[in-house]
Design a protein around this ligand. Structure first.
Ligand code: PMP
Length: 426
């Protein structure tokens, strides 16, 4: 006997534990990483108390742990609307998932990818034997993006084509028109891989309903800890490829003469798996999905306040790929610049003078950020500040950010800041 089902999510599901640190800290950096939910902590706590080898023992604890690992896999599959015959590979994160997919591409594949993408979606396809990469320039409009995609796919002369697209931009929060991307891809017989690192925490992802072939996501952006992510999707290319990792667990049979590799997820998951990470990710998936409406309305409220607030501050510019296009949905991410101030100074001031955590820089999307904002006052490419909301953010945090940015734009920092070797210091 003993617990067979995944640790039930208990407590107030959507609560994020109070972050240690300054009591008034305002976490407006959800697009980078999110704090784990209490429900995730609880699931991890239970799983850590019944902790043994996965698929490598017949003892009671080993069987329970193995069962939990497989249930976590199913939960993750459900979360993204996986089809019955899809494979769910537990990976480290989105980067790992997309590198795994790149490893599995058949010889004779052209990957079509926009330069708007995060490096994790832009770069894994490079330098692979038999794989051609067709990079599309940063588009200005949705129609322009789809035209460029259509033309690029029409020009593909290899047997296979894969379109790689972000669900939502990690720089601007803009949500790509997924249905139209899939329709365009299908019209040319191409497959679609979705980088849902920024989409899955905010919107339902549904492979079966959208016809997307693969989706990649990261636990640490989805209210679970670091170290677990997933690649979910079509089995064929994954089963036909050589294993991503080689070792125990990935084999069906090994003799002195030959190795037969397993099929399915195990083929690419050699080595003892991250069962705690998978349980945590599954708990986060279940919790977010169960409260999808509450999550979305909380974030929409904060995003509206953020955009309206920053938009009304003289000297502040917010950055978008598709302009003000009303048909473009947005998740809770805003990239902005403050007049002539270095973005690194803006984020240092927000942190030190106002207790607000944001990110500045080029957000692992150098081509996009260079394209959007090349610094008109110098010869170095521009950088931006990124504020992003989620479950740990409140109206007070957003209001504090808007007030701090307004004060900074009007009067400059309160303290004297100098740029040292290590960046800005007060
Ligand atoms: N894609 C997007 C859109 C992202 O925002 C990120 C994380 N910033 C990644 C991929 C990579 O995620 P990870 O670092 O968890 O692999």
């Amino acid at each position: 006997g003993g617990p067979r089902t995944l640790p039930a999510v208990v407590g107030a599901d959507l609560v994020v534990p109070t972050l240690r640190g300054p009591r008034t800290y305002a976490p407006l950096d959800h697009a980078a990483s999110t704090p784990a939910l209490v429900a995730v902590q609880d699931a991890v706590d239970v799983a850590l108390r019944t902790y043994s080898s996965v698929h490598r023992g017949n003892g009671w604890a080993s069987r329970v742990t193995s069962e939990w690992y497989e249930q976590a896999r199913e939960e993750i599959g459900r979360f993204v609307g996986a089809r019955d015959d899809d494979t769910v590979v537990v990976t480290r994160n989105t980067t790992d998932s997309l590198n795994l997919l790149a490893h599995c591409l058949p010889v004779g594949t052209t990957v079509v990818v926009f330069e708007t993408e995060h490096h994790a979606a832009l770069l894994p396809w490079e330098d692979r034997p038999g794989v051609t990469v067709s990079r599309l320039a940063v588009p200005r409009t949705v129609d322009g993006a789809l035209d460029a995609l259509d033309r690029a796919l029409a020009a593909v002369s290899t047997p296979y084509a894969l379109v790689v697209v972000a669900g939502a931009s990690n720089v601007t929060g803009e949500v790509w028109p997924l249905e139209r991307v899939v329709d365009t891809a299908r019209a040319h017989g191409a497959r679609v891989a979705l980088d849902a690192a920024q989409l899955a925490p905010h919107r339902r992802v549904d492979l079966a309903a959208t016809g997307v072939d693969w989706v990649a996501l990261s636990g640490h952006k989805l209210y679970a800890p670091y170290g677990a992510g997933a690649l979910v999707g079509r089995a064929d290319w994954l089963d036909e490829a050589t294993p991503y990792l080689r070792g125990g667990g990935a084999t069906a049979r090994v003799t002195p003469l030959a190795t037969t590799w397993a099929r399915g997820a195990a083929r690419h998951e050699a080595g003892s798996p991250n069962v705690i990470g998978a349980v945590a990710l599954a708990a986060a998936c279940a919790t977010v999905e169960r409260h999808r409406d509450a999550v979305e309305s909380h974030e929409q409220d904060l995003l509206d306040r953020l955009r309206d607030g920053l938009g009304a501050v003289p000297g502040v510019d917010t950055w978008t790929i598709f302009g003000d296009d009303p048909q473009v949905d947005r998740v809770g991410v805003v990239a902005f610049t403050v007049d002539r101030l270095d973005s690194a100074l803006v984020s240092a001031v927000l942190s030190a003078e106002h207790g607000i955590g944001v990110r500045d820089g080029r957000f692992c999307a150098h081509v996009l950020v260079d394209d959007l904002l090349t610094d008109p006052w110098g010869d170095v490419p521009g950088t931006a500040v990124r504020a992003s909301v989620g479950l740990a953010a409140t109206v007070e945090h957003v209001e504090r950010l808007v007030a701090a940015v307004a004060e900074l734009a009007a009067h400059g920092p309160q303290r004297r800041w100098v740029r040292g070797e290590q960046g800005w210091v007060a």
